[in-house]
Design a protein around this ligand. Structure first.
Ligand SMILES: Cc1ncc(COP(=O)(O)O)c(C=O)c1O
Length: 383
């Protein structure tokens, strides 16, 4: 049989077994997975309906409830990255014509606006400059004006480094009959979260940041109130793959095949969550805070300033202002090429104005900071 497309001898000779550089990933994500997580992912897979795998899924569910501080029965990992979990939250909570109020103070708020619109929502957006957050009074006014079915907020805006406080927002949402949907992609595992105490109805996250795993198995949780809304839908969820009712038939007691789970990623996620439980969630949050504060002190010594005021600064993601006259992209390239350290550049409004440095999960340790500061001292033209 003649192949239409073939690889010639010279190409074949150049194909080597996979070899990739070892980088210190201090950008907005992914972060380096914990070595024990990489080892767990290297375990030979079992089948996705194997009783031992189903037991592992149950462990993932209860560990996710722990890291989110929720008792939500509907708590799963979506097979896909954080965006898939974001889409699952929107696709299930929103029906065509629903009013969805979205707080936009960075890139991911815009993504929520785009997504909710695609599911037929009547989107109402409120805006804040990138790096600032919404006050309870501002949220109250917006809820009063728009009376939305869903209020969506980004708890940790990775594009700005700002932490949106959530205390009291759930009570406000109850007052106006709205569901509270929260993006915790850059907070889960690294920033205190109390979903039940704060009255959060839907939340999603990712595996590759504060949890210290590889990307591809993304936490999603829905409260009983959110599930009531799902059950009362007049229209079917427009996304088959992300329909929570179908997914629950696999994750719940029915154990019905839905899709082939990415087995090894779930091994990794389970190990990452186990490590957090072993460390203790409160200690893990504290480690993130202490590492970030150590980093901020070192940056101040270098004469560098930060974009977000301290009260709302995320410990997981710091936006560092690029000094006048410095080529931010060139510095990031040098860090990568000469020091094997990845940091991120600014997005949207902050493009060219900030570097984004992530200290998340396994990477949230003083050694990461020391390596980066040492490298910055070598590549920065002004100090
Ligand atoms: C706040 C926020 N939401 C959503 C996402 C999307 O997640 P992913 O890139 O894993 O699809 C990201 C990614 O960095 C994020 O930072």
């Amino acid at each position: 049989m003649t192949l239409t497309f073939s690889i010639n001898d010279s190409q074949r000779l150049h194909l080597q077994p996979l070899q990739m550089p070892t980088r210190l990933l201090l950008g907005p994500g992914p972060s380096n997975a914990h070595p024990a997580v990489l080892q767990a992912m290297n375990t030979p897979p079992v089948g996705h309906l194997d009783p031992t795998f189903l037991g592992l899924m149950d462990e993932i569910r209860s560990l996710l409830r722990y890291v989110w501080q929720t008792e939500n029965l509907t708590t799963i990992a979506v097979s896909g990255t954080g965006t898939a979990a974001m889409e699952a939250a929107i696709a299930n909570a929103v029906e065509p014509g629903d009013v969805v109020l979205i707080g936009v103070n960075g890139y991911f708020g815009h993504r929520l606006v785009d997504m909710a619109g695609r599911y037929g929502a009547e989107v109402q957006a409120i805006h804040k400059p990138w790096g600032q957050v919404f006050s309870l009074a501002e949220l109250r006014t917006a809820l009063e004006t728009h009376r939305p079915t869903v209020l969506a907020l980004v708890n940790a805006e990775t594009s700005t480094g700002a932490r949106q406080p959530l205390e009291g927002v759930g009570d406000l949402c109850r007052e106006f009959g709205s569901l509270l949907l929260v993006d915790t992609v850059t907070s889960l595992g690294g920033v205190p979260l109390f979903l039940d105490d704060w009255g959060v109805d839907l939340a999603y996250s990712c595996s590759q940041k504060g949890l210290g795993c590889s990307p591809g198995a993304s936490p999603l949780t829905l409260s009983a109130r959110a599930m009531e809304k799902v059950e009362q839908r007049k229209t079917r969820v427009a996304n088959w793959y992300l329909d929570i009712t179908l997914l629950e038939k696999y994750w719940g007691p029915d154990r019905v095949y839905h899709h082939t789970a990415p087995i090894n990623l779930y091994y990794g996620l389970r190990e990452a969550l186990r490590l957090i439980a072993e460390e203790g969630l409160a200690t893990c949050w504290q480690r993130h805070q202490q590492t970030a504060e150590y980093f901020w002190e070192q940056l101040a010594d270098l004469g560098l300033t930060l974009h977000v005021e301290k009260a709302f600064r995320l410990p997981t993601l710091t936006t560092v202002c690029i000094p006048e006259g410095v080529d931010g992209k060139a510095i990031a390239r040098q860090l990568l090429n000469e020091h094997n350290i990845e940091i991120g550049g600014g997005l949207g409004e902050l493009a060219g104005r900030v570097w984004r440095v992530g200290l998340m999960g396994y990477n949230s340790q003083r050694e990461s900071v020391d390596r980066l500061i040492h490298a910055l001292k070598e590549v920065l033209p002004i100090q």
